[in-house]
Design a protein around this ligand. Structure first.
Ligand SMILES: *Cc1c(COP(=O)(O)O)cnc(C)c1O
Length: 420
């Protein structure tokens, strides 16, 4: 260690030693795997991950050689037919699941519908779907649609996140939660809630949209029943990348898939007139998989190969704590909207500000990309694979300047776009 730097990252005057933190970062070499535009400080990997450098060439190969030359033969010759399972097993390693329980397919919204229907069918005598007000709206919307479609008198009960444990009673069929709150970053204790749910005879569905690739997830160890998540957030699979779903091994041979498409059939190319569910996780698939998107996601997942998820979590906390502390110290008008305890949140930090939308537009104009969530939350995601502590400090400098000069208060920053 050179003199003058301490491994803790604290400089002699008590300020964080940013250079030492980055020098001692065990994940620092991973940044090279990603294509980050010059002048951009990207704090939105929780919404859309950046482009991994390996993806364009792999996609071009899949388009020109596999599709272009092999044509329909590619389903066998290039293993297209097995891609959903191959990608599923890669994701399984990142979320603490043994092989054979995860498949990449459809969107998260569709997968919520599928696993919720499957779970409710396993608890026919119970009528309550329990969720919380921190859940992402699409999960709640899908539950409402399924409830109405089933017409069996199910109730979607939505309680405050702190009230979930107390609301798990003998009437609850399924506890359906997003582990990391998309707005505040608050982290639910998956193992504890799953144990309480099981003690009451209920099943659990975990949405890992803001967990997968952001922190260690242990689905098998926690005893989770079902899970879903996104391919385009921390997993960097690209816009609209296929999502994933998990069904615990002990349920695999009992679950009845609600969408009985031919790709979930035991023998799709027998062209039987009657549906017969595939064995294992394959039965949760529906139609022809989006090969080009799966190819991109598979290439992107290579960036996680050999990553120690505990080290990833440690860096995520180091980055997000640096940001939280600096912003709270330098920008008193921003009110912390995330848990202060880093163990109680995922890999993001949010602040409340009355003019949050305009503030985020001003930040984006200066190359600091986060996002805004109505009504007043500015959200910053910290992706340990490609962000450094120096990036975080540079973003803090720009944020402080914008707040001090009120640069956000320009008419063009108040005009709302379709996507925030
Ligand atoms: C991002 C997100 C989704 C997105 O669902 P899509 O079907 O991919 O649009 C769903 N659930 C949660 C919790 C999310 O954060």
């Amino acid at each position: 260690m050179p003199t003058g730097h301490r491994a803790t990252g604290a400089a002699p005057n008590g300020a964080p030693d940013i250079a030492a933190l980055d020098r001692n970062d065990p994940l620092k070499d991973r940044r090279e795997l990603f294509s980050i535009p010059d002048g951009v400080l990207y704090l939105d990997g929780n919404s859309l991950g950046v482009l991994p450098k390996s993806v364009p060439a792999r996609l071009a190969e899949a388009v020109t050689k596999e599709w272009g030359e092999s044509l329909i033969r590619a389903w066998n010759e290039h293993g297209w037919i097995d891609l959903p399972q191959r990608v599923g097993d890669r994701i399984a390693r990142i979320i603490g699941a043994a092989p054979g329980q995860v498949t990449a397919c459809d969107s998260t919204s569709i997968n919520v519908f599928k696993v919720l229907a499957a779970a409710l069918a396993l608890r026919p005598d119970r009528k309550v779907i329990l969720s919380d007000s921190g859940n992402f709206p699409t999960d709640l919307y899908m539950a409402q649609g399924l409830r109405d479609l089933l017409g069996q008198g199910h109730e979607l009960k939505i309680v405050a996140p702190e009230q979930v444990e107390a609301a798990i009673g003998e009437d609850v069929a399924v506890v359906m939660l997003t582990q990391v709150d998309y707005r505040s970053g608050r982290l639910h204790d998956m193992a504890a809630i799953t144990a309480i749910a099981h003690a009451a005879g209920a099943l659990t569905i975990w949405d890992l949209a803001h967990s997968a690739g952001a922190l260690p997830v242990e689905l098998d160890a926690a005893g989770a029943d079902f899970a879903v998540g996104c391919g385009y957030k921390y997993l960097n699979g690209g816009p609209g990348a296929p999502a994933f779903l998990y069904v615990a091994q002990r349920h695999l041979d009992h679950v009845a898939p609600p969408l009985t498409g031919w790709m979930g059939h035991a023998a799709p190319f027998a062209f039987d007139l009657d549906y017969r569910a595939d064995t294992g996780i394959g039965r949760m698939r529906v139609g022809t998989p989006p090969i080009l998107s799966l190819v991109a996601l598979e290439a992107a997942l290579a960036a996680f190969e050999g990553v120690d998820m505990a080290a990833l979590r440690a860096k995520s906390i180091s980055l997000s704590e640096l940001f939280r502390a600096e912003v709270e110290r330098r920008c008193p008008d921003l009110e912390l909207a995330s848990p202060r305890d880093p163990q109680a949140r995922g890999s993001q930090v949010s602040f409340r500000f009355e003019h949050g939308y305009a503030l985020m537009q001003a930040l984006i104009a200066r190359g600091v990309i986060g996002d805004f969530r109505a009504p007043d939350v500015v959200r910053f995601g910290f992706t340990p694979l490609y962000l450094s502590h120096a990036d975080v400090m540079a973003a803090c400098d720009i944020l402080q300047e914008i707040m001090e000069t009120r640069a956000w208060d320009r008419p063009e920053f108040h005009k709302r776009a379709k996507v925030t």
